[in-house]
Write a protein that binds this ligand. Structure first.
Ligand code: BES
Ligand code: MN
Ligand code: ZN
Length: 506
């Protein structure tokens, strides 16, 4: 992980010097120093390049001074619009500008500690890379930068502002790593085991297998799992950050509280299909390898729990993930099967490829009956149809609670993990009517993402709930502001922000 160090301003003797500059701003601090030392070469270069300081604009000046390999001026946009959230987005550009250097200094001495910390957070988020399975990469193709120094007026204040951002970034990286892992390595039991890293942060981690799930009546989840040689798992991750255990870690809740000392926790529920072949309703071969990331909802929940525990969020939160592999085989469920969910409701499985909702139905029911959540959010790469509706720009947001939905939309705008609210309604729900059971698992082609959400809503018992369909946002096919192409970790920063709002209100 890229190390971030906050230091007092001083001109570096080697590597890259990065100068963030807002629109129309004059060079100051270290930038002005280099400009003076070079007889105004930086000012001339910015003029020649017509640099205006617009967001995304950058100018590179090679070897401006002996020893210094390059100076990069990065546009931050209009000063009056540069809030901490925008700074974080802009900070992403620091990484590609500096990655090939042995050392780099970001000149943020003119900025507040908060803005400097957010610039650094943007750089850190953008720096993540998954190279575990590359054995033959040439050294010159690898990023070299291991540490980014950030020059600020008050290093201690910036360091303090950065600490929670670092914890959140670690959660994002955990989510990305789980998503990036190949499906032969990351099957349900393996993903469940990896959740144990959260124990170090004070999260209580419980892993349930098929025997426990049979007792709980998880007929829908088990139906999906039955075609695979890999056993399913459910992981329950409890963070008691409000009910008095934030210092002592998990399991030390005060008496008089509900389940395990938690009081009406926030519940986060993730779809964890470690590979989705479609089952007997098998998917076409082209692009099927992408279905390794059908566990991105679950990965986001794990990453979120790491973020919340890592920054000691003052809330009670529970993460619950349902882990299965959806395979075709002689033991696989068939189209036409009727399964009984933990809630008692029965489902006619018309299409075995609509498996995520079956998994979530049982986990949602479990979350409600065990934890009595204040509200709950599920994340799932649930439908291809959400990509048709919203592309890769927004996650689909479905909710029965306007306040929760508004909080998620606002957090999306702030973090850049944007969500677009979609409708729910009885007319859509009717599409799920079955001739033999309480419902079908598919509602036909029209409004495929909405009928999937309607299916989930049948299991939430009227509780405040939101569903995020992240099929279009969990994975990026091109580089983004805060993530190289590949796993994005979508949902971790978004829901961390929603939780922060909850903490502020408490
Ligand atoms: N995991 C898929 C959804 C998906 C598709 C995510 C493409 C990312 C990219 C989900 O399990 C699925 O297969 N959904 C079906 C539902 C259909 C059978 C009603 C779909 O979207 O085609
Ligand atoms: Mn599927
Ligand atoms: Zn799926």
């Amino acid at each position: 992980m890229l190390e971030i160090a906050f230091v007092k301003p001083a001109l570096p003797k080697a590597g890259a010097l990065l100068l963030p500059l807002t629109e129309g701003a004059a060079l100051s601090g270290l930038g002005a120093e280099v400009d003076a030392a070079t007889g105004g070469a930086i000012t001339r270069a910015l003029q020649a390049a017509a640099f205006k300081g617009r967001k995304g604009q950058s100018v590179t000046i090679w070897a401006p001074l002996p020893g210094l390999s390059k100076l990069v001026v990065l546009g931050l946009g209009k000063a009056e619009e540069l809030d901490p959230d925008k700074a974080e987005q802009s900070g992403g550009a620091i990484w590609p500008a500096a990655a090939s250097e042995e050392s780099a200094l970001l000149a943020a001495e003119g900025m507040s500690a908060e803005v400097a910390a957010r610039l650094a957070s943007g750089a850190l988020l953008r720096s993540w890379r998954f190279d575990r399975y590359r054995t033959q990469e040439k050294p010159e193709d690898k990023p070299k930068l291991a540490k980014l120094s950030v020059a600020v007026a008050d290093p201690a204040a910036a360091k303090a502002a950065f600490a929670p951002l670092k914890a959140v970034a670690e959660g994002v990286f955990l989510a990305r790593e789980l998503v990036a892992e190949p499906p032969n390595i990351l099957y349900p039991a393996e993903m469940a085991e990896r959740c144990r890293v959260l124990e170090k942060l004070g999260v209580a981690v419980e892993i349930l297998g098929p025997r426990e799930m049979r007792k709980l009546g998880f007929g829908a989840l088990l139906g999906v799992a039955q075609g695979s040689a890999h056993e399913p798992r459910m992981v329950v991750m409890r963070w008691p950050g409000r009910s008095g255990a934030a210092k002592g870690g998990a399991g030390k809740g005060r008496r008089g509280k509900g389940e395990a000392g938690l009081e009406r926790p926030l519940c986060f529920i993730g779809k964890g299909v470690t590979f989705d072949t479609g089952g007997i309703s098998i998917k076409p071969a082209a692009g099927m390898e992408e279905m390794k990331w059908d566990m991105a909802g679950a990965a986001a929940v794990v990453g979120l729990m790491a973020a919340l525990a890592g920054r000691k969020a003052r809330v009670d939160a529970v993460g619950l993930i349902g882990l299965v592999e959806n395979m075709p085989s002689g033991t696989a469920q068939r189209p036409g099967d009727v399964v009984k969910t933990a809630s008692g409701q029965t489902v006619e499985v018309i299409n075995t490829d609509a498996e995520g909702r079956l998994v979530l139905a049982d986990v949602i029911h479990y979350a409600i009956t065990r934890f009595d959540p204040k509200w709950m959010v599920d994340l799932a790469t649930l439908t291809g149809a959400i990509i048709i509706a919203l592309g890769h720009e927004h996650a689909g947001l479905f909710s029965n609670d306007d306040k929760l939905a508004a909080a998620i939309e606002a957090a999306g705008r702030a973090t850049g993990e944007t969500c677009w609210r979609m409708p729910l309604g009885e007319a859509y729900d009717k599409q799920l009517k079955s001739d033999i059971a309480d419902m079908k698992n598919v509602g036909g082609r029209p409004a495929g993402s909405i009928t999937a959400a309607q299916f989930l809503q049948r299991f939430v018992q009227g509780r405040p709930w939101a569903h995020l369909d992240i099929a279009g946002t969990a994975w990026a096919s091109k580089d983004q502001a805060l993530a190289a192409k590949g796993a994005t970790g979508f949902g971790v920063r978004l829901l961390d922000r929603v939780v922060a709002g909850e903490e502020a209100a408490a």
